[in-house]
Design a protein around this ligand. Structure first.
Ligand SMILES: N[C@@H](CCC(=O)N[C@@H](CS)C(=O)NCC(=O)O)C(=O)O
Length: 212
């Protein structure tokens, strides 16, 4: 049973956005078919995928006769289409916390370019890099730590009590450094990011990137 759902991801399983939707579907306990596209040879530029995705990017979710790209839009769609209490929530119940989670998702997708460039997801999922961080990437990291320290309660496993999808997105950004062995991450943020990486949904994605 696939719920009539297909998720398109990159064939190397390195896309942080594809990871987010994969985790969302698994946390919702929804069955889905996974199809991978080789971005290296331009499979995402094929006409049929362009028509399906509209953006020519991964991830794209196909649900019956509806298709949607942009990872955070997909997560919000899934939370509405498969609501609690029947399905586990992807976002906090509280309106302001939900808004904060969306803020974080939007920010993590639109900022931190030097960090993303110098600590690619290969450093997270495959192997670390020995290259030193530039001043720009260090400044981006400090900005990230400032917000994460402000948002994460002391000793908490998650940002808002129960896990939400923004925890996975934040942990991914922190793990660009933590799993690379960079020591500038404040210890409690490093502990949080490592704990988030123990979730079964995340482990399942990591396995895919390691065997691809
Ligand atoms: N904002 C988008 C970003 C998606 C994205 O950049 N996907 C990359 C892979 S990580 C991609 O499809 N790149 C191919 C391209 O843009 O041509 C999201 O959150 O889904």
């Amino acid at each position: 049973m696939s719920n009539n759902m297909v998720l398109y991801v990159d064939s190397r399983f390195l896309s942080p956005y594809a990871l987010s939707v994969f985790v969302a579907l698994q946390e919702k306990e929804l069955a889905f078919d996974l199809r991978s596209l080789d971005l290296g040879v331009g499979e995402h530029r094929a006409a049929d995928y362009a028509a399906t995705s509209l953006t020519g990017r991964v991830p794209t979710l196909v649900h019956g006769d509806f298709s949607l790209s942009e990872s955070s839009a997909i997560c919000e769609y899934l939370d509405e289409a498969f609501p609690a209490p029947r399905y586990p929530s992807l976002y906090p119940d509280d309106r302001r916390q939900r808004a904060r989670a969306r803020q974080l998702q939007a920010w993590l997708r639109s900022d931190f370019m030097p960090l993303r460039q110098e600590r690619s997801t290969e450093a997270v999922f495959l192997q670390p890099t020995a290259n030193a961080l530039s001043a720009d990437a260090t400044a981006a990291a400090q900005k990230l730590f400032f917000a994460a320290e402000a948002l994460l309660p002391d000793g908490a496993d998650n940002l808002f009590g129960a896990w939400c999808i923004a925890d996975t997105d934040l942990a991914l950004m922190l793990n660009r450094l933590v799993l690379n062995g960079d020591t500038l991450v404040p210890p409690r943020l490093a502990t949080y990011a490592r704990r988030q990486w123990q979730r079964t949904s995340v482990r399942n994605w990591c396995r895919l990137s390691q065997i691809s």
